[in-house]
Design a protein around this ligand. Structure first.
Ligand code: ARG
Length: 389
């Protein structure tokens, strides 16, 4: 009885939420990455899911950033004025909708602006120290070598969705192609003084249509490393307009400045996290309504010793009513760790990363995500999940 009432209300709320999401801005059918679709939306992007890029930060001066440690945000030098005490910046973490009341905010205490930014060396990066740590915050590791400065990158931000457009209430994401320094320098006169060691270009060179833009500055450009972990390779810096053909986005080249960034972080009392090893299962598993638990396996190999006390369990479950779900992580020896109990939350989907103290478990072997829907009415499926060691 109570459960039925709860669900009816939730359904109504769900519809209102859906309408609100689609009335705030023009959301075109998501174009496939790099399709050259010119739909203004970052520009040419689509909405990121909550929890998809959990280390993303919105800064109150109108820039983006990424959590480097639980108390330091990596952003662009051009987003801040100078090195020194600064209590004027508010960082927003943990949401994609800037009006989401579950957002976590912190005030800044100090800014470290790259000392080489205004020199021939370049280096459009800065660190913002928060008044207190965000306990358990997701962190984005930075690239320390040039290995990953190629391929397809992802960008995300709350910046304007078209040149001279307005900024986005929702976090948008897009994929952009690496563009080599020579091609970038020659793309248009604007790019003639590109700093090849300090800057990395990306976009859809021939067609444009996809790019970061004003208000995305300071946010990360990132990709997967060879272990499947997200790694930051760039910082949104500048460009000639946005998303124009032959006018790429220019990003600070993080690997070039990684040593300086890590040193500055250490001086501010923080240690950036090295990238982890990721093991994931991308096969959908449907979750029967009020039925038996279902399992999805991930086999871990090549990890010495035990699992860490901060084992990251990233889950992406699509479900109409998240409160219906009970989620456990089952270690290779069968030990079970509850990461989520059932609740009365009507919010759809569980896209988040849990931290499990699995230090008594041997890392290698087959781990299972156990998911059970314990209330009748709504269904869904395990879209993907991953373990990060
Ligand atoms: N400088 C801009 C900002 O402050 C970022 C511009 C990025 N432009 C581009 N075409 N990718 O937000």
């Amino acid at each position: 009885m109570r459960n039925t009432a709860r669900k009816t209300l939730a359904l109504a709320v769900g519809i209102v939420a859906t309408l609100a999401a689609f009335s705030g801005q023009a959301i075109a059918a998501p174009p496939p990455p790099d399709s050259g679709n010119l739909t203004p939306m970052v520009v040419g992007g689509t909405q990121a899911a909550k929890g998809e890029f959990p280390w993303m930060v919105r800064l109150s001066m109108g820039c983006g950033g990424a959590m480097l440690t639980d108390q330091l945000v990596l952003t662009a030098a051009h987003c801040v004025t100078r090195t020194g005490n600064n209590t004027s910046i508010t960082a927003t973490y943990g949401v994609t909708d800037l009006q989401d009341t579950s957002k976590i905010t912190r005030t800044s205490t100090y800014v470290h602006r790259s000392p080489t930014y205004d020199t021939a060396t370049g280096g459009d990066w800065a660190l913002i120290k928060l008044a207190s740590p965000i306990a358990g915050a997701a962190l984005l590791p930075i690239a320390t070598t040039a290995t990953y400065n190629t391929g397809v990158f992802t960008v995300a931000g709350w910046g304007v969705t078209s040149e001279n457009g307005s900024s986005s209430r929702y976090l948008l994401k897009a994929n952009v192609d690496f563009i080599d320094d020579t091609t970038c320098k020659n793309a248009a006169p604007y790019y003639a003084n590109l700093k090849p060691a300090a800057e990395i270009c990306a976009g859809n060179l021939a067609q444009g249509g996809v790019d970061t833009c004003q208000g995305d500055s300071g946010g990360p450009m990132f990709r997967r490393d060879n272990n499947g972990a997200w790694i930051q390779v760039g910082i949104v810096s500048h460009g000639n307009g946005c998303a124009r053909p032959n006018n790429p986005g220019v990003y600070a080249e993080v690997s070039t400045f990684a040593t300086a960034i890590k040193q500055a972080a250490a001086d501010l009392g923080g240690t950036p996290q090295p990238p982890g090893k990721v093991f994931e299962n991308l096969t959908d598993v449907s979750i029967p309504d009020a039925g038996a638990a279902v399992f999805s396996n991930v086999t871990v190999s090549g990890v010495a010793g035990n699992a860490p006390s901060t084992l990251k369990v990233g889950v992406d479950i699509k479900h109409a009513y998240s409160g219906d779900l009970v989620i456990d992580l089952v270690a290779p020896d069968g030990s079970t760790y509850r990461v989520k109990s059932s609740s009365n939350s009507s919010t759809p989907n569980v896209v988040t990363t849990y931290t499990v103290n699995a230090s008594s478990e041997v890392a290698n072997g087959t781990w299972r995500l156990k998911v059970q829907d314990v209330y009748s009415q709504d269904t869904g499926y395990v879209d993907s999940w991953r373990l990060t060691f």
